[in-house]
Design a protein around this ligand. Structure first.
Ligand SMILES: [Zn+2]
Length: 160
């Protein structure tokens, strides 16, 4: 996995320390609040990694513009396909989960859509090579993931 550097060393240290604090706090309170363990480690771990790397992972696309558009379209379809699965799990699994483990169950169910969402948002723009949907730019799209927010590159191929 490659990482895109987005902020300076001082911000990186602050983000890293925040992440470590969340992880340590989660572990320290796990005896009393086991339900917070999984969400705390995922969220804290993500902040720690972003701080250590001073940025976010970036998921590469092909050098070929048309192949890159196909890759992005596939990632959009995976995200769209995950949404009914998310809803189905929400209605079938969550009502059966004991209240004391609801935080863990909610986090794990949310990952069904959160992972494909993050992969798509952290996809590399084939033109400007920045994240297609992280940050703001002149081309912030009305429909997410159809254009790069930075350079306006059309990401869905075809017409339009
Ligand atoms: Zn771009």
């Amino acid at each position: 996995m490659t990482w895109k550097r987005l902020f300076g060393p001082m911000t990186g240290r602050i983000v890293f320390v925040f992440g470590i604090t969340v992880v340590v706090g989660t572990l320290a309170s796990a005896v009393d609040n086991l339900d917070a363990l999984v969400p705390g480690l995922i969220v804290g771990g993500a902040w720690t990694a972003a701080g250590a790397k001073r940025g976010l992972p970036i998921f590469a696309t092909s050098r070929d513009r048309r192949a890159a558009a196909d890759q992005i379209r596939t990632r959009r379809r995976i995200l769209l396909a995950s949404l009914p699965i998310l809803v189905a799990l929400g209605f079938t699994v969550l009502p059966r989960v004991p209240h004391r483990m609801m935080g863990t169950a909610f986090m794990l169910v949310a990952l069904v859509a959160a992972v494909p969402f993050c992969v798509l948002a952290l996809t590399e723009c084939p033109r400007c090579h920045r994240h297609i949907a992280v940050g703001t730019g002149p081309s912030a799209p009305l429909v997410p993931f159809t254009r790069c927010v930075h350079c306006g590159e059309k990401l869905i191929g075809g017409t339009g």
